[in-house]
Every structure is written in C-alpha cells, then in structure tokens.
Design a protein around this ligand. Structure first.
Ligand code: X2X
Length: 339
C-alpha cells in the first residue's frame, strides 16, 4: 500500500498529534513491539478521534509501551473504499466503518441501517449490543475481519440541501443527493425517486460546493465537525435511519497480539466506544441551535410520509428478500413489524 508523501506527512502529523502526551512520545521513540495503524474518515474534532486518542494513550500505558496505536483520521490514508481494502490486506490494522459501507463486502451488515427501523437510541443499543449485533459480527468474521463488541455511534441521519427544505417524500423526487458507497443507501433513495450519487465521504464537501449534488444526509455531529453547514443551507430532521461504525481489526494482526495484550486492547476500544456514544448523542441532541446560529435553516418533517413511500416502493420487501427471513426476524424483534 503506497501512502503519498503528503498523506504520510499528514499522517505522521496526525500520528504526532496522537502522541502528544509525554508518556507516549517517550515510548513512541523506543519502537513499540506492536505498532498498529488505526484509520478513519472523520474530522479530528469528532468525538471518535477525541476518544480514540485517549484509548491509544490508555493502551500504551496499560501494555507498558508494548502496543502503540497511531491514529490516521479524516481519510488521510484514502477513501473508505481504499481503507476497507487496506484493513483487509493488513495495510492498516484497525479501521472504523459504517455497516452499510461494509455491506459492499459483508452483505448482511446492512441489516442495522434499514430505514426507520429504530425509534430511538434505546432500541438501537438493545439491538446492537444484543443478538442483532452478535449476528452481524459473526458475518464479519467470515471475511477475516474482527468487529469489536461495542459498535461506535454515528447517529440518526438528517437530510441537508442547498436548494430547498425537504418536508415530505414528495420533495425527494429527482433530488440530487449524495449517499455513501453502499447498496442500501442507493436503494433507499431510489425508492424515494431521488437521484442518489455514491460518493466517498472525503469528497462530499467539494461535491456539495461545486453543486455536483444538491444535498446529502448525515447526523448533526458530522454536519458540524465536517463544516457542511458552509455548503448546505437547509437541514430537514428526518431521522430516516440510524448509523454506526464497526471498529474493525485485521484478523492476522489481531491474532499476532498475545492474548493478554488483546484483552487490554479490546477492553479499551470498547470502553472508548461507549464514551463516544455518549458524546455523539449529546452533540446530536444539542447541535441544532449551534448550526442555526451558523446560518442553517431547520425544519421538522412527517416521518410517515417517508416510511409509507418506502413501503409502497417495495423497499422493505426488497431488503427482507436480500437479507433473508432469519436476519429480518431478528431485526423485527427490536424494530417491530416493518415489511
Ligand atoms: O460517509 C458518511 O456519510 C459517513 C461519514 O456518515 C459515514 O462514514 C457513513
């Protein structure tokens, strides 16, 4: 895997940021026995990277400097598509990725992103920390990736636009919207008769700025930390789906760690994930005011109009057939009847 000089310097810079505390720079100079790279696609200011830095510091200390995790945020090592192939090949040892993008490799991972499946966070965590999450982690293990027990949070997604507020499903007809590279996202917005364009997150800001697309959808914490308010005027509260990030490890790299070190690393990754969940939920709950102050215009929407459209467009039927009755029944244990 070749990292361009710019990325390497940026990555090293990020790596240096990650090792800010004196404790880390001391051990970091004496090469750790296991020096692993963790890549993600979020801005350094997102709770994911704040908590990941604490996590890396704790792991270095608790393993007496034997395990060092260098953080490469903000798609410095490439797009999600690039980083997924890197974690599969071992070019990076850890990577956090939405289940719905992972579904390009692990079809069953889409189950957690079905439109309007989860009413609230209570239902999300019951499912993802329960049998539904366990089911998906088993599917992920089949492709030689290890998903840590506690999925990290992205949040409930809202639709933004530079042209108009989205009030009902009608407003989505012909709407040029960016979606992540994922079969389910494309299928959902096709069911709304929109014009979805699959674009990796590292190209979203410029795609909106140059009007390649008129809108996108993301939780408020991402809209804020990625400064999408600079290129989007309207934010319509749709809560059309919940999304998270599986914390993925390359199996070979994971199994290279002696068991006692694996236990420390897993414990700290999962603990950081729980703290990140609390941070993201608080941000998503509180950011409407902040984004309004930055000039965004918010509107509420009627969820039934979107849900009814998905039903009428055969979206639930299509995905029940794609994912299979067993997985669908597992989902409906937490979502209630969907199809
Ligand atoms: O690409 C997106 O929109 C993001 C950042 O939310 C994901 O990683 C799915």
């Amino acid at each position: 895997m070749s990292i361009s000089r710019r990325n390497l310097l940026a990555g090293a810079g990020a790596g240096m940021i990650a090792m800010a505390s004196p404790l880390r720079s001391a051990w970091a100079q004496s090469k750790a026995e296991f020096s692993y790279k963790y890549a993600n696609n979020l801005p350094v200011t997102h709770p994911m990277n704040i908590r990941a830095k604490e996590m890396a510091d704790a792991i270095l200390a608790e393993t007496s400097g034997r395990v060092e995790i260098r953080i490469f945020p903000s798609s410095q090592l490439g797009s999600d598509t690039d980083m997924l192939s890197q974690v599969r090949s071992g070019g990076v040892e850890f990577f956090t990725l939405s289940p719905l993008i992972l579904a390009t490799l692990v079809k069953g991972a889409s189950i957690s992103g079905i439109g309007f499946a989860f009413e609230n966070y209570d239902a999300v965590w019951k499912a993802m920390d329960g049998d539904l999450g366990a089911h998906v982690r088993k599917e992920i293990a089949k492709v030689n990736l290890i998903a840590m027990d506690k999925i990290w949070d992205n949040g409930f997604r809202q639709i933004t636009s530079s042209t108009k507020p989205i009030q009902t499903a009608e407003d989505l007809k012909g709407f040029k919207i960016r979606v992540p590279v994922s079969p389910l996202w494309t299928s959902m917005f096709k069911a709304f008769d929109s014009a979805p364009a699959s674009i990796n997150f590292n190209e979203v800001y410029s795609a909106l700025q140059t009007k390649v697309v008129d809108g996108q959808e993301n939780p408020l914490a991402i809209i804020d930390t990625a400064k999408l308010n600079e290129v989007q005027k309207y934010c319509s509260i749709t809560n059309h789906m919940w999304d998270g990030f599986w914390f993925l490890a390359n199996r070979r790299a994971w199994e290279k760690l002696p068991e006692n070190l694996r236990t420390i690393v897993a414990k700290n990754i999962n603990a950081a994930g729980l703290k990140e969940r609390a941070d993201v939920a608080a941000m998503n709950a509180g950011l409407q005011k902040g984004l309004t102050d930055k000039g965004m215009i918010f509107n509420t929407t009627k969820p039934d109009s979107f849900r009814d459209r998905l039903r009428a467009g055969g979206f639930y039927k299509e995905w029940k057939a794609n994912l299979g009755d067993e997985a669908w029944a597992l989902l409906e244990r937490y979502s209630g009847k969907l199809a």
